[in-house]
Design a protein around this ligand. Sequence first.
Ligand SMILES: C[S@@+](CC[C@H](N)C(=O)[O-])C[C@H]1O[C@@H](n2cnc3c(N)ncnc32)[C@H](O)[C@@H]1O
Length: 263
Amino acid sequence: MGDADADFSSRPSSARIYDALLGGNHNFEADREAAKRLLSMIPAAGEMARANRAFLNRAVQFLLDAGVRQFLDIGSGIPTVGNVHEIAQRRVPEARVVYIDIDPVAVAHAGEILADNPRATVVQADMRFPEAILEHPGVRRLIDLDQPVGLLLVAMLHFVPEDDAFVAVDRLREALPAGSYIVISHGVSETAADSELEGITALYRRTDVSAASGRTRAEIMRFFGDTELVPPGLVWVHEWPDGPQDKTGPADMAVVAAIGRKP
Ligand SMILES: C[S@@+](CC[C@H](N)C(=O)[O-])C[C@H]1O[C@@H](n2cnc3c(N)ncnc32)[C@H](O)[C@@H]1O
């Protein structure tokens, strides 16, 4: 990675730990160490990351089938195989995508990849300030809030502390017109042992994010507000929408997913 990234290299970030889990190369020694520690606590973490990425792909295909042509991908991460604009624009060249992430390295890499793409952009922002996202010129240029939007919050809300997350998602959901969709995958707290959860929280406390804790399914459901969940509802991420999607679905999956449609 180049000099511009050097300032960020000493402290692990959630975006780069995830990139390391996926086998990407936009991460530093500190991130790889953190990924190793995470794998020692959750051996299936890499499989979960890949299953989550595969869910993202299926979710975007589903939204395209439903007629969605604009995507707001918050907590989009470091570009890796199967980015939303690639999936969407391959099928529908006029599809528009705005990526949002708090991580400067993720934003810099996305910016490079999107430099020649007039229908996709990236904005550095913290989802806890939804107004700044909704009013950002880059968002306003590509996202028409009078047309259905696909709001993606995939594997990111467990990094956002309690009330902030609910208030911010409520505000984002409110801003979307009828016919929009909200896509969420999220770590669940009901499966991991307490000691594991403490270890994971402690690991992420040393990163750029202020929280890393799963929520119960009931708490995760609150993010969907008055949207109508599309079948099959909230299920393990590798089982959406119709059962295990590959032969090697992890037995100890700890991430669930659902898609809600705003009536
Ligand atoms: C595990 S990655 C998920 C990436 C992608 N959504 C996916 O599912 O493949 C979580 C991302 O959320 C971002 N993130 C964490 N807290 C955030 C916040 N408050 N606002 C915006 N992005 C945030 C991190 O920087 C990271 O890139």
